[in-house]
Write a protein that binds this ligand. Structure first.
Ligand SMILES: [Zn+2]
Length: 411
């Protein structure tokens, strides 16, 4: 019965013309997709894994992974490009467009940095960071205080105000912070109404230490499966969506946390799309002790995911970094041999609220055949989930000399 059916499908495909074959699928680039100005792009897709004949992508033999997924890098030129994927009698032709390179000399010069006394500054307006991540340091007080954020280069600050000759006061995630003017430049053309911010709550400061020594039963963790709904996130060779694997991995983490006694809150438990700023706001409103956003990675068009594959955890505040480091220390070994890029600072909308220690996991790369197969594997999802629980328990264990909450002399 099955044999007859396959034959029927093959015959149909043949009747519809070879390019209509259903046995070869290319997920990226999509038909008529417009790519930025790149010199090469990855091509991902899948074929029926039962075939034994070689797959050719633009004439180059290409390995087919055991799941039927494939990856190839192909050189491209500006304008319309044609891609041909062959296997035996099957053929797929794909057309896509690569943007023209900017002509030399068309690169715009960066605007000069204005001084605090410059009359062009005017009322509060937009500024943009020009320093490196760790020099773009937002403090909670002028000339001191704690680190509220590290901002990446090019980050736009709206509603900022000049304070004296050396500081810029900024309003970020419901808190006032201060940045040295040497790491920003005035960009009035970027001044638009500020995006929605998390409402400040003066009654709640931000925790300066993890919930040391507390029982998991009293600790609340918010798990955020990245993307959802119309926002699919990255795509895998079979055309599967990051939003779905994020939810599967997040549910595994929730189950493992609950088994360990923690209270768990999910920002979504279906294919909905909570708005980006509603996710950390939910964690903040619910007074959780930690927020963990679950994502899977993919490369830009011109990067080979096989060469850059890694696992990492990001944080955007110093208290989030401590959490990310503990989780990454446990997560990386269960993902081996995926290279470990460690825990890193990067400004993410869901991680910037210093009131809740937050991190964002990029578990693996799913635009890679191996990364796709392993990320969708329920056994590995459970291993990652256990590692996250162990990481959180590590984060909660008091450093030597401290035995936890309520130690005499604390506070
Ligand atoms: Zn993502």
């Amino acid at each position: 019965m099955r044999r007859t059916f396959s034959f029927f499908v093959a015959a149909l495909a043949f009747c519809g013309g070879l390019s209509a074959s259903a046995a070869i699928r290319v997920t990226f680039p999509a038909e008529r997709q417009r790519l930025p100005a790149v010199g090469e792009t990855y091509v991902i897709g899948s074929v029926d894994p039962r075939g034994t004949e070689w797959l050719y992508v633009n004439g180059v033999t290409t390995d087919v992974y055991r799941t039927g997924a494939f990856l190839a890098m192909v050189p491209v030129k500006p304008g319309t490009n044609t891609l041909t994927v062959f296997r035996g009698r099957e053929r797929l032709v794909r057309t896509f467009v690569v943007a023209e390179q900017d002509a030399p000399g068309s690169v715009r010069k960066p605007a000069p940095v204005l001084s605090g006394d410059d009359p062009r500054l005017g009322p509060p307006s937009a500024w943009q960071t020009v320093g490196t991540l760790f020099s773009n340091r937002v403090r909670t007080e002028i000339d001191g205080g704690d680190t509220a954020h590290y901002l990446p280069a090019g980050f736009v600050l709206r509603g900022a105000e000049v304070k004296g000759t050396t500081w810029l006061a900024v309003w970020l995630e419901g808190r006032l912070g201060f940045l040295p003017k040497t790491v920003v430049r005035h960009r009035p053309e970027l001044d638009v109404p500020p995006r929605r911010q998390i409402a400040p709550d003066p009654a709640r400061g931000f925790p300066d230490k993890p919930p040391f020594g507390r029982s998991p039963k009293t600790v609340r963790i918010c798990i955020d499966p990245g993307h959802g709904g119309s926002d699919a996130g990255a795509r895998s060779p079979h055309g599967w969506c990051e939003k779905d694997v994020n939810l599967m991995q997040a549910r595994a983490i929730r189950d493992a946390l609950e088994k360990a006694g923690f209270q768990v809150l999910m920002t979504r438990d279906d294919d909905s799309f909570p708005a980006l700023y509603d996710r950390p706001k939910m964690a903040y409103d619910e007074r959780v002790d930690a927020f963990i956003s679950v994502h899977h990675n993919a490369t830009p068009a011109n990067r080979n995911p096989r060469q850059v594959r890694h696992t990492t955890s990001y944080a955007s505040t110093s208290n989030g970094l401590a959490l990310a480091q503990c989780i990454q220390r446990h997560m990386a070994p269960v993902l081996a041999p995926v290279p470990n890029a460690g825990a890193q600072m990067k400004s993410y909308a869901v991680c910037r609220n210093p009131a809740v220690p937050s991190c964002l996991l990029e578990v693996d790369f799913i635009n890679l055949p191996e990364g796709e197969a392993e990320s969708w594997d329920a056994v590995r999802q459970r291993k990652v989930a256990t590692a996250v629980v162990l990481g959180i328990l590590d984060w909660m264990s008091p450093p030597p000399g401290q035995s936890g909450e309520g130690v005499p002399g604390e506070d």
